[in-house]
Design a protein around this ligand. Structure first.
Ligand SMILES: Cc1ncc(COP(=O)(O)O)c(C=O)c1O
Length: 356
């Protein structure tokens, strides 16, 4: 055994045995690929973001200093947008960091964390790192949604709208789930800006409910890594103890504030995405695809008989269009396609027409 192998043995058994999370492929800058594989916005962020960031960079002396540790001004702006109090908000380095903070705050080693499958494939990875036990529940029973038994569950991740299928859970469903739950329900609303409804109105009803949002999708800010968590004041206080002291850098705080303040731009770009989502849904349905109704900035589609999803994925890749294929048997019949600009969707439609 080389001295290197011995070093690896010092890693916790759980870590050695697990596979790490594999994010969607990011092509190198400048490549001509049409990128529809990781649900980013097809639009740049509000112009107010680059103006705000330029101001910080012009005063580079500011970069010498640590950023404001609690992102208080960002929390205040976020609370105005969400219609809640500023002390009901926490900001994270992406909502991925908030997921980790939630696990570190609430889950003892050996306690159970549950989520539906399919949903966001980072949940099991973070749960294993934390040393929690995973309970994976099917999304449907006899073809319909149902209320799972949560008796021995400490924390439940509910992705609403669901990724990768795209449908939303109703607030009645969420209310039913959280009301007798002796644990924490985390509603991961990464795509809620594209949906008709969201769960923010339930925030004041339940003290074991946490809602997560991200600026990575609707706000076109995936690079800046900003997520937001909403919960009761007492929960936020606990989460704040676990967060890194300077978890959001100065640029992220400034850029996120500028993006949140420009709600007109958000509404305009979200409307364009929804318009293209509706168009692509109609065109692919006409071509014989099964398209899951979506409340998000992506659609999950199953190609017509005779064209395997895995084949279509690689045919599109050869044509310079990247979409997401999941080898998970529950999803391998379909593809998840992020909604792009009108021109990108035209190109996708032309390519699919040619291929078929
Ligand atoms: C359901 C869901 N939650 C969270 C995230 C992560 O968001 P962030 O970029 O804020 O870490 C994603 C990103 O793909 C997602 O799909």
């Amino acid at each position: 055994m080389s001295s290197n192998d011995i070093g690896v043995d010092y890693a916790r058994r759980e870590i050695r045995q697990m596979a790490g999370y594999v994010p969607g492929y990011q092509p190198p800058p400048g490549s001509k690929i049409i990128k529809l594989n990781t649900n980013e916005s097809p639009f740049p962020p509000s112009p107010a973001v680059s103006q705000a960031l330029s101001k910080v960079l012009a005063e580079s002396n500011l970069l010498r200093r640590y950023p404001e540790p609690q992102s208080l001004e960002l929390r205040r702006v976020a609370s105005e947008v969400a219609g809640c109090r500023a002390d009901q908000v926490i900001a994270g380095n992406g909502s991925d960091e908030l997921l980790r903070i939630l696990l570190d705050t609430f889950v003892e080693e050996g306690e159970r964390v549950a989520y539906f499958t399919p949903s966001y494939s980072l949940y099991p990875v973070l749960t294993r790192i934390r040393g929690g036990l995973i309970r994976v529940l099917p999304l449907f029973q006899d073809g319909s949604l149902y209320q799972p038994c949560l008796d021995d569950i400490k924390l439940f991740f509910l992705t609403s709208p669901n990724a990768p299928l795209g449908f939303s859970f109703s607030n009645d469903y969420i209310r039913q789930m959280v009301k007798d739950f002796h644990g924490i329900l985390v509603v991961d609303e990464a795509y809620a800006d594209f949906a008709q409804d969201n769960a923010l109105s339930l925030l004041d009803e339940f003290n074991n409910l946490v809602i997560l949002r991200t600026l990575s999708k609707s706000y076109g800010l995936a690079s800046l890594r900003v997520g937001l968590g909403f919960a009761g004041v007492d929960l936020i206080e606990q989460l704040d103890k676990v967060r890194d002291s300077y978890n959001l850098d100065r640029l992220a705080q400034v850029g996120a504030r500028a993006a949140l303040k420009d709600q007109a731009y958000l509404q305009k770009t979200v409307a364009l995405v929804i318009q293209e989502r509706q168009r692509l849904t109609a065109v692919l349905s006409d071509l014989g695809f099964t398209v899951e109704p979506s409340q998000t900035n992506f659609i999950f589609v199953t190609p017509p008989d005779g064209y395997k999803a895995v084949t279509l994925h690689s045919d599109l890749e050869k044509a310079g269009i990247l979409v997401r294929y999941f080898s998970d048997p529950q999803l391998s019949h379909g593809l998840r396609i992020t909604i792009g600009t009108e021109a990108e969707m035209d190109q996708l439609i032309t390519t699919i027409n040619d291929l078929m």
